[in-house]
Design a protein around this ligand. Structure first.
Ligand SMILES: Cc1cc2nc3c(=O)[nH]c(=O)nc-3n(C[C@H](O)[C@H](O)[C@H](O)COP(=O)(O)OP(=O)(O)OC[C@H]3O[C@@H](n4cnc5c(N)ncnc54)[C@H](O)[C@@H]3O)c2cc1C
Length: 337
C-alpha cells in the first residue's frame, strides 16, 4: 500500500501525470518506465488506453501482470462536453472519467502507460511484437486491442463542429438533455426508423431529414405519420451553429429550419488496422469479430470496446475491457500453472 501511494504521489508531484497523459504522439511519455534500460517484454500489451483499455488494465494490474497500455489520446467522445448514462459518473466530462481511471490504474506497480501510437504488429514465436511511432519495439505474450472506431464526418458545413454537442449519435447518451426539444434525425430507411422509435419517447417535435429520396417501407411510413413525425427529403447543405450548439439546418434549396439537436448515424472505420493485418476477422458491420470472452479469431489476441461492438457506451466498453483483461489473464494462468 505504501509503495502504491508513493507511486501516485511521485507521479503527481513531479508533474509526470500531466506529461504522461498530455504529451502528443509521437513523443512517447513514460510513467516510471525507462525504455532505454527497462525490459520491454510484457505479459500483455493493451493498444488503446481509453475506457475499454483502462478497464482491461485494471483487471490485469490487479492480477500483477506486467502490462503496457499504449494510447494515442484520441477517444471518439473527446468533443462531448458531458458524458451520461454511466453510473457514478453521470454528467461528468469524458476526459475526467478517463483521467481518474488512469490515476487508479497507475497505482498498480506492474502497469505502465505510454502516450504513443502503435503502428504495426507481428506474430512471433513467443507471442507478438508491437512497434510504435516513437520507434519503440515491444513484445508481449497476449495483445488486447481497445482501439475504438473513427466516425466519418459527412461533408456538411458545421456538422463536425457540432458532433457530440448538438449533433448526437445516441439517445441514451444525450437524448434526455434534449427532451421536449426540436429534434431532427439525419438518416434514412431502417436506421432513421430505429432512431425515431427510440427518440419519440423523449420529444414529440421530431423531423426526419433523409437527405434525399425516402427509403422507408410502407408500414414504417404509416407509423411515422401516426406519430406526426415530419419527413424532409431536401438535402442538407449546412448546419448553422454557435460553438457547436445548433441553430438552424440549412437545406440545398436555401430554406432553413430551427433545431436544438440532430441525431445522425455516420459511417465508421476501425481506428487501427493492426488487428486486421494480424489476421483478425471483421464482422459484416466492420467490427472486430469476438466471441463471448472477447477473443478475436487470432489466438492470443483480444478486442474490446467500440472496435468490437455496435453497442457504444462507456459502461459497455468498461465491461468488455474488464472481461478481456480477465480472459487474457486466465489464458496466461492456464499456460503457466
Ligand atoms: C460524440 C460521442 C459522444 C458520446 N457520448 C457518450 C455518453 O455520453 N455516454 C456514454 O456512455 N457513451 C458515449 N459515447 C460512446 C463512448 O464514448 C464509447 O462507447 C467509448 O468511448 C468507447 O470506448 P473505447 O475505449 O472502446 O474507445 P475510445 O474511447 O474511442 O478510445 C480508443 C482509444 O484508442 C486509441 N488508439 C486507437 N488506435 C491506437 C493505436 N494504434 N495506438 C495507440 N492508441 C490507439 C485512441 O487514441 C483512443 O484513445 C459517445 C460517443 C461519441 C462518438
Amino acid at each position: 500500500m505504501k509503495e502504491q501511494l508513493s507511486r501516485r504521489e511521485l507521479i503527481k508531484k513531479s508533474g509526470m501525470a500531466a506529461l504522461a497523459f498530455a504529451l502528443p504522439v509521437p513523443f512517447a511519455s513514460f510513467t516510471k518506465f525507462n525504455f532505454m534500460t527497462d525490459n520491454k517484454k510484457f505479459d500483455v500489451i493493451i493498444i488503446g488506453g481509453s475506457y475499454a483499455g483502462l478497464s482491461a488494465a485494471m483487471a490485469l494490474g490487479r492480477s500483477m501482470r506486467k502490462v503496457l497500455l499504449i494510447d494515442s489520446g484520441n477517444p471518439c467522445n473527446k468533443q462531448t462536453p458531458h458524458s451520461h448514462n454511466f453510473i457514478t459518473h453521470d454528467g461528468e466530462k469524458p476526459a475526467v472519467i478517463a483521467q481518474k481511471a488512469k490515476e487508479q490504474i497507475l497505482d498498480y506497480p506492474t502497469v505502465t502507460y505510454i502516450s504513443d501510437l502503435a503502428i504495426s504488429g507481428m506474430k512471433t514465436n513467443e507471442g507478438f511484437e508491437i512497434k510504435t511511432q516513437a520507434g519503440i519495439e515491444l513484445t508481449a505474450r497476449k495483445l488486447i486491442f481497445a482501439t475504438g472506431i473513427k466516425d466519418m464526418m459527412p461533408d456538411i458545413k458545421g456538422f463536425s463542429e457540432c458532433w457530440g454537442i448538438s449533433v448526437i449519435h445516441c439517445p441514451y447518451c444525450h437524448g434526455y438533455e434534449y427532451r421536449g426539444k426540436r429534434t431532427g434525425i439525419m438518416a434514412n430507411g431502417d436506421k432513421a426508423f430505429h432512431i425515431a422509435s427510440l427518440v419519440n419517447n423523449l420529444t414529440d417535435r421530431l423531423t426526419v431529414l433523409t437527405n434525399g429520396k425516402v427509403d422507408f417501407k410502407e408500414e414504417q411510413l404509416q407509423k411515422l405519420k401516426r406519430h406526426t413525425i415530419e419527413i424532409i427529403e431536401t438535402p442538407v447543405a449546412e448546419i448553422e451553429h454557435r460553438n457547436g450548439l445548433l441553430k438552424n439546418v440549412i437545406f440545398n434549396n436555401g430554406s432553413e429550419l430551427e433545431f436544438d439537436a440532430v441525431y445522425a448515424a455516420v459511417p465508421f472505420r476501425q481506428h487501427s488496422d493492426i488487428p486486421a493485418n494480424l489476421g483478425c476477422e471483421l464482422t459484416e458491420t466492420g467490427h472486430i469479430k469476438v466471441d463471448l470472452f472477447q477473443k478475436t479469431t487470432v489466438p492470443g489476441v483480444y478486442a474490446c470496446g467500440d472496435n468490437s461492438s455496435p453497442m457504444r457506451s462507456v459502461a459497455y466498453a468498461v465491461a468488455m475491457g474488464n472481461l478481456a483483461g480477465a480472459m487474457a489473464n486466465m489464458e496466461l494462468t492456464t499456460e503457466d500453472f
